[in-house]
Ligand binder design. Sequence first.
Ligand code: ADP
Length: 359
Amino acid sequence: MPDLRTIRDALDEVMDPELHRSIVDLDMVHDLEYEDGTVRFTLALTTIACPMRQQMQDDARERLVALDGVDEVEIECREMTDAEKQAVFGQGQQRVGSATAYNDIKHVIAVMSGKGGVGKSTVAAMLAVELHRKGHSVGVLDADITGPSIPKMLIQDEQARPMGSPMGILPVESKSGIKVMSINLLLADPNQAVIWRGPLISGAIQQFYGDVVWGELDYLIVDLPPGTSDASLTVMQSIPLNGIVLVTTPQTLAAMVVRKASSMAEQLEIPIVGVIENMSYVECPDCGKQIELFGPSNAAELASAMGAPVLGRLPIRPDLAVLADSGRIEEADMEGFDTIVERLLAVLPESASTPPLAR
Ligand code: ADP
């Protein structure tokens, strides 16, 4: 009968093929036990989407059954906790451009607006929350580098920071498990202003896509900066997008937004898949009457000029603003938003654009 030390020594021969270190040395082996010919342990992976997990399990099995007295091997996989990753990898050791090998992102949806303050980031966060509630794995890439507000809505812990690892940058996770990457999470003081110019901003956005270990995602939501700036162009030129959602409010100067957004999307061959009108109306809490505070809706007109459907209209909701401003948007009642997401998924193309910089 082998003792646990012998078993551990055998596992010490199993290498993580990407990191070139033993799984024992990487502290991936937990809850090791032996009982009646069966070895059981938990394999803590750097990311649950680790493409090498099967290879490591097969290797471990092979080495263990070669030991006298071992007939069966039961391995349970889980993802390392943040503290475990921190202990093994420490901070700031990422290799540039390394994360794409670990990522399998099935759909990318960019959220755009003609101008700031219309609720683009709120809608981006709500899309992420609703998709996650529907059982999908979801990430949010905050490409609004100079006005990042995604962490404020999704991350309650102000001390949460993305960690470096040999595979790339590990994103911060929201309470329910939405992966988030934003420049705000990297600043010592989240209130500090980011006064970067174009090339730095473009570099950060490309890193947020290529150097972040997103793992396996059904949907990555990209919160674009307002308008059609260089940063939006970088996203469209370097990230394969399945579609763009345009967020507007009733007072939007429709013609201008349509012209700018449409021409950008057309040139880069990315479809605008729908329009969401935010702050469309206020509902009277007593009689339920809808009051169009900012004037009548022009969503239908705007959408038809772009050849895209209106995915939905959202009311002004003070409760939503309170939750969004305190990192608790995941707790919001998403009434009516599920229909918007269903409509979006029905029109979202399965195939993504081929960005010029990746061609
Ligand atoms: P943008 O990304 O377009 O600049 P934000 O999403 O940051 O806009 O929203 C601006 C402000 O408006 C935030 O304080 C947000 O909480 C609030 N807000 C957005 N949508 C709504 C809504 N439907 N009801 C109430 N407040 C909202």
